[in-house]
Write a protein that binds this ligand. Structure first.
Ligand code: AMP
Ligand code: MG
Length: 319
């Protein structure tokens, strides 16, 4: 999530019109060789998508869908498309990516004043509700969710919005610039002089844009990062965080600290970063390669594992 920060020093100032806005629980930047009015339309569309997918707002379409248990619900094209992508990845990843993990995520609520670990019986019940084979999907876009199921597209919605933003800009004639939604990045094209943009992978514990452990250079394609330190709590030396292992119902504890994915589209990059975090580096690097994506893992012990050719420069002492 918010671990790739755009550092103004690194960019040497932004050469195109830009917009900065808050949504998806993070800071979002759009910068492209497009008219100001186009940028405004793109921001409007991204805010609309946020209202569709935000499961913490009772009015969102995803919340309405989650309340329609046992009844047929006709989804919008946005929800249908993102569910289609999520279901495909759910199958390919043998369940590591699970868009129905909401019932389990609700038990790991880090917003409470006093964090309480859920008990085994609670977890078992919640996991049973995350079984997607019990949901009914029709070709006409209607869905019937079983009792207790709660869809959570938080692992992919930001990437979908970033990809939509980049596409809108390109359709309006933009050929250069980028979209950076709290570390989920879609590059539209190179800088005015044809060189790559540089993005920093934020050092754990540092403030936004303050210090980086690695730099990413790109003139095209997308990046997304999933990190255990982004949202969660520390208790008894254990970090409980927001990425759930759907086999156990627990926050993933596999030695991974963060993973960044590089591939063509931002929705896929976002969904894959969550998936690869669950899989860990051995399975994750092979899985990414099968899908034509590249990945960069940073482990809790500080070691780094990456697909060959990943466009990263590791900074020894940070900056
Ligand atoms: P990200 O930061 O992109 O990895 O997304 C993490 C978010 O995805 C969490 O806050 C949950 O909303 C959701 N999530 C957690 N675990 C999973 C999982 N195994 N599969 C799909 N989505 C998940
Ligand atoms: Mg993700």
């Amino acid at each position: 999530m918010a671990v790739i920060a755009l550092n103004r020093d690194l960019q040497g100032g932004l050469p195109f019109p830009k917009r900065v806005f808050f949504a998806y629980d993070t800071r979002n930047v759009i910068c492209a060789d497009a008219d100001e009015s186009v940028l405004d339309q793109v921001v409007g569309e991204c805010l609309r998508l946020h209202r569709v997918f935000n499961r913490f707002s009772a009015d969102s379409e995803i919340s309405q869908l989650n309340r329609s248990l046992g009844r047929s619900f006709t989804c919008s094209d946005d929800v249908s498309l993102l569910l289609w992508l999520s279901l495909a990845l759910h199958g390919e990843s043998e369940g590591a990516f699970n868009p129905a993990i909401g019932s389990v995520c609700d038990l790991w609520d880090f917003s409470q004043e006093r964090f309480e670990k859920p008990g085994p019986a609670q977890l078992e019940r919640a996991l049973a509700c995350a079984d997607l084979s019990k949901a009914g999907f029709s070709d006409d876009g209607s869905i019937i969710l079983p009792e207790g199921m709660s869809l959570d597209l938080g692992g992919v919605a930001k990437g979908y919005a970033a990809e939509r933003a980049a596409l809108m800009l390109m359709q309006a004639g933009a050929g250069r610039g980028f979209v950076n939604f709290g570390g989920t990045i879609a590059v539209i094209g190179p800088k005015p002089d044809g060189s790559s943009w540089t993005f920093g992978l934020q050092r754990e514990g540092s403030a936004y844009g303050e210090s980086f452990w690695a730099l990413l250079d790109a003139a095209e394609g997308s990046f997304a990062t999933s990190a255990r330190y982004y949202r969660g709590v520390e208790e008894g030396g254990v970090r409980y965080h927001h990425i759930i292992d759907p086999r156990m119902g627990h926050p993933v504890q596999n030695g991974v600290s963060e993973v960044t994915v590089h591939c063509a589209g931002a929705a896929m990059a976002d969904a894959l970063s969550t998936t690869l975090f669950v899989m860990g580096p051995d399975e994750g690097l092979a899985f990414a390669s099968d899908l034509g994506a590249a990945a960069l893992f940073r482990m809790q012990d500080g070691s780094v594992r990456a697909s060959s050719g990943f466009p990263v420069r590791i900074l020894e002492g940070g900056r």
